[in-house]
Design a protein around this ligand. Structure first.
Ligand SMILES: [Zn+2]
Length: 121
């Protein structure tokens, strides 16, 4: 279950950010996840709940924003949606497109009780 290792690294990033806000209570953690990460949102959420149990983050919510996978054709430069990780240009059928999006795993922001959202770098 690779979701758990993803959650662990996200939580490291969250904790590093929270060092600046001692005593803050987290309500929501927002994350952008690319389609090629192949995570199951339900599994991510239950892993998050399990990993935060008994920690200061217990009771906070994980919100996922899905990012579709796109690539750019090496020949005609067309940008296209990647289907099933097959990088074939729909216009000229060239393969080996350059991946533009789909690998994201970015901590977007952390919402704290009362003090509002905290933008992360
Ligand atoms: Zn093309």
């Amino acid at each position: 279950m690779h979701e758990m290792s993803i959650i662990e690294s996200l939580l490291d990033a969250v904790r590093a950010e929270l060092v600046k806000y001692p005593g803050a209570q987290v309500t929501v953690v927002r994350v952008r996840v690319g389609a090629l990460r192949l995570v199951v949102p339900d599994v991510m959420e239950s892993c998050y709940a399990a990993a935060t149990l008994g920690t200061p983050l217990e009771g906070s919510r994980l919100e996922l924003e899905a990012v579709a996978a796109t690539a750019r054709c090496p020949q005609c430069q067309r940008e296209f949606a990647v289907q099933e990780q097959w990088f074939e240009c729909p216009k000229c059928q060239a393969v080996g497109g350059e991946l533009l999006t789909g690998q994201e795993l970015d901590l977007m922001n952390i919402e704290l009780e009362e003090t509002g959202a905290v933008a992360t770098a």
